[in-house]
Structure formats: C-alpha cells, structure tokens
Design a protein around this ligand. Structure first.
Ligand code: B12
Length: 361
C-alpha cells in the first residue's frame, strides 16, 4: 500500500458524513451508496483492513448520519416522509457495506448468534448495524429484524442452539415487552445481551432485568468474545422477581385504566385551552395521541420505577412541541389532570411531580 492510500484509509470521516447527509436529505440513494463505497476505499489490501473499514463505515459514518436524520425530524427541519426516505437509503447503504465486505469475512465462524428487535419494536436499523459488525468480526448472525414475537425468538434460539441472543429496543414503552423477552430467553437457557436507547443511560434498565448490556456493536463483540455465561436457573421469571416494586400494583392499575385516564385528561386539557375548540380534526387526533403517549410513558416509568425516564420523555415532548409552535405549558394541563386522577398513588405522584419541574412555563 502506498502512503497516500494509507492516508485515505485512515482519513477523517467528517467530509463523507456531510456528503452522506446531503444525499439522505435529498433522497438521493445513488449518491449515498457512492459516498459509502468511496469511504470503504477502493484497494484495501488485506481482509483485516477491509473488515476494519467496513466497521468504521457502519458505526462512524452511517449510524451518526442516521442519528442526524432523527434530530432533523425532531427539530421540524424535515418531514416524516423525508425521514422515512432517508432511513430507507441508510438501509441500502448498510447492504452496500455488507456486499462490499462479504469476501473479507473470516472463513470459520466464531459461533452463531441471534439478533432481533423485541416484540412491537419497529426500529430495525440499529439491530441491523449490530448484526453486520458482528458478521465482520466473524460471527454467524441470524438477523431476525423488527418486532419479533418472543415465542418465535425463543424457538429460533433453540433451533439454532445460539451462543447468545442479542435484543434491540429503541422505544422505552416497550421495556415490559423487552423484559418478557429477556426472561423467556434466559429461562430457555440462553444468555442475553441487550442494547438500544430504550435500555436507558448506561443500560440501567437492562441490568434491572438481569441482562448483559452493551452500548454498541463493539461492546457486544467484546462481551461475546468473553463467552457470556448461560443462565443458572432455567425458568421464566415473573416480572416481580426482578422488579419487586410492581407488588404495589400501581403499574397494573395505570395499564388497566389507561383508556379512561386518557379520555379524562383530554377533556381537562380542552377545558384549560379554549383555543382547542378551533383545532382541526388532525390537530385533535395528534393531541389525543400525545396524551396517550404520556400515559404509556407514565406506565413504563412505574414499571422500571424511574421518575427520570418520564422526565426525559416530557423534556423530549416539550422540545418536539416547541419546534412545532405548540407551547410546552399545555403539557402541564395533561400532567395536572393525571395528578388529580391518580392522587392516591405515591409512586405515580412522585413521577408526575418530578416531570412538572422540567417544563418551562
Ligand atoms: C428511523 C426511525 C424510525 C423508523 C424505523 C425504521 C427502521 N427500519 O429502523 C420508523 C419510521 C419505523 C420509526 C417509528 C417510530 N419512531 Co422512530 N426513529 C427513527 C430514528 C430517526 C433513527 C433510528 C436509528 O436508526 N438510529 C440510528 C442508530 C444507529 O442509533 P441507535 O438507535 O442509538 O443504535 C445504536 C446503539 O443504540 C446500539 N444498539 C442498538 N440496538 C442494539 C442492540 C444490541 C444488542 C446492542 C449491543 C447495541 C444496540 O448500537 C446502535 C449502532 O451504534 C430515531 C432518531 C434517533 N436519533 O435515533 C427515531 C426515534 C427512535 N423514534 C422515535 C419515535 C417516537 C417513534 C414512533 C413512536 C413515532 C410514532 N409516533 O409513530 C414510532 C415507533 C414505532 C415502534 N413501535 O417502534 C423517537 C423515540 C423517542 C423515545 N424517547 O422513545 C426517536 C428517538 C425520534 C426522536 N428524535 O424523537 N422510527
């Protein structure tokens, strides 16, 4: 390899990131794939260097640009349709890396693992990135994609006699589903590595659920290299075994009465905001949806006993609303309605009260 090529190979990805962003923003798949191919490098001499280049392109080029796409949607700079189009292009870019690096993968697999999104989870791209990195590191990966029903995931783990099951989740409201998946897979005798934004800062919710956790594909590869321990006892644990606070039934109660809570909160918000009377049907539907999200996140915060989780969600919702010209204080009306409806429940009270504090009036 000449010095010049080496420099190209190790050069910063800042400029390809900008080019890929432009291509995603314009919905230009051909240019996006061309950026990725150029970033991989034309003549990488060894298989090891090709694998390293592939991993960098997946984790340091495609992943951050995809995150930027999410931030642009949240800031109301691009539409939902543009975000969908951009994500489809990112998926195509991941395939381009997989194709270009296939011949560089190690010949004898290090072992076989399953990677899947938990039931209800649509965010498949993060799991796909993890899968492709593990393939480059020599693992035979069964990538099962989005929303895999737990019983099918367990059946597949048994069928493939997998070394470990890697579960991905991005949306916190799916934590009860993720817990069910983790406990069912471990109950069938397989180690679990959890990952994705749903598991919270430093994977704190994964640890509550007694799963190993990794921040990204490299962390997962390190855990796999250490031969994850098989679970000691073979039985599916009831949720309270890991989360004793569920014994107070506050989570069950919010889940059971969720529909009524949303209905009443919507009526209270309408009363507090007379301007809602002139809302279009579309705006009314979005408001109802927002309140439904609030109740779902409240239930999730009760499930993992984390006021922080709910406060983060309220901060995020306030930013989303502000970017769309809706005053975040309208969230206060919804929180107050829920506080009023659920005043006799101490954990609910603590969670809602903490969240009120994060809204700037
Ligand atoms: C693309 C996208 C979608 C696509 C997904 C398509 C697909 N094929 O994946 C679609 C349109 C389906 C979608 C739907 C929704 N989405 Co969305 N989506 C995104 C977006 C823009 C990008 C996700 C992504 O690919 N990120 C890039 C990857 C690289 O980052 P990552 O997730 O952090 O993954 C890395 C690590 O976490 C880790 N990792 C991930 N999984 C695993 C697993 C293991 C085992 C390990 C070790 C590591 C690991 O490694 C990854 C690579 O480094 C994000 C915004 C964002 N900033 O991420 C929102 C986002 C995740 N979505 C969001 C929301 C709210 C939704 C919806 C609820 C919207 C709605 N109202 O319908 C639905 C939910 C659907 C569902 N039930 O799942 C919110 C979540 C907010 C929250 N706090 O929960 C986000 C953050 C948007 C935002 N900025 O507000 N979405």
């Amino acid at each position: 390899m000449t010095g010049g090529e080496n420099n190209d190979f190790t050069s910063s990805l800042a400029s390809p990131r900008e080019q890929l962003w432009q291509a995603l923003h314009e919905g230009d798949e051909t240019s996006a794939v061309a950026v990725v191919r150029r970033a991989l490098g034309a003549d990488i001499p060894t298989a090891e260097q090709m694998r390293a280049a592939g991993e960098r392109v997946l984790l340091e080029l495609i992943a951050p640009v995809q995150e930027r796409l999410g931030a642009a949607w949240a800031a109301n700079d691009i539409t939902v349709a543009q975000e969908h189009a951009g994500t489809a292009i990112s998926e195509r870019c991941v395939s381009a890396v997989a194709d270009a690096t296939a011949s560089a993968r190690p010949g004898t697999p290090a072992g076989r693992v399953v990677v899947a999104c938990v039931d209800g989870e649509w965010h498949a791209l993060p799991a796909r990135l993890v899968s492709e990195v593990l393939r480059l590191r020599g693992w035979r990966v069964d990538y099962l994609g989005a929303q895999v029903p737990t019983e099918h995931l367990v059946a597949h783990a048994r069928y493939t006699r997998t070394r470990a099951v890697l579960v991905s989740s991005s949306i916190e409201t799916l934590l009860p589903a993720a817990h069910n998946a983790i406990s069912s897979i471990q109950g069938a005798g397989f180690p679990v590595i959890a990952g994705g934004a749903a598991f919270g800062p430093q994977g704190r919710y994964a640890r509550l659920m007694r799963a190993e956790w990794a921040a990204d594909a490299r962390g997962a590869a390190a855990l796999l290299a250490g031969n994850p321990r098989r679970p000691g006892t073979l039985a599916v644990r009831p949720p309270e075994a890991d989360l004793p606070h569920l014994g107070d039934e506050e989570y069950t109660m919010v889940r059971r009465t969720g529909r009524q809570l949303v209905k009443q909160a919507l009526a209270d918000v309408e009363e507090g905001f007379p301007e809602m009377r002139w809302y279009s049907r579309y705006q009314n539907e979005r408001t109802a949806e927002d309140i439904e999200h609030i109740v779902n996140y409240l239930a999730t915060a009760l499930y993992v006993d984390s006021p922080d989780l709910f406060a983060r969600f309220i901060t995020w919702t306030a930013d989303i609303l502000a970017a769309r010209g809706v005053p975040p204080r309208c969230l206060l009306a919804a929180l107050d309605s829920l506080l009023n409806q659920l005043k006799d429940f101490p954990r609910v009270f603590g969670i809602l009260d903490t969240a009120r504090g994060v809204i700037h009036r």
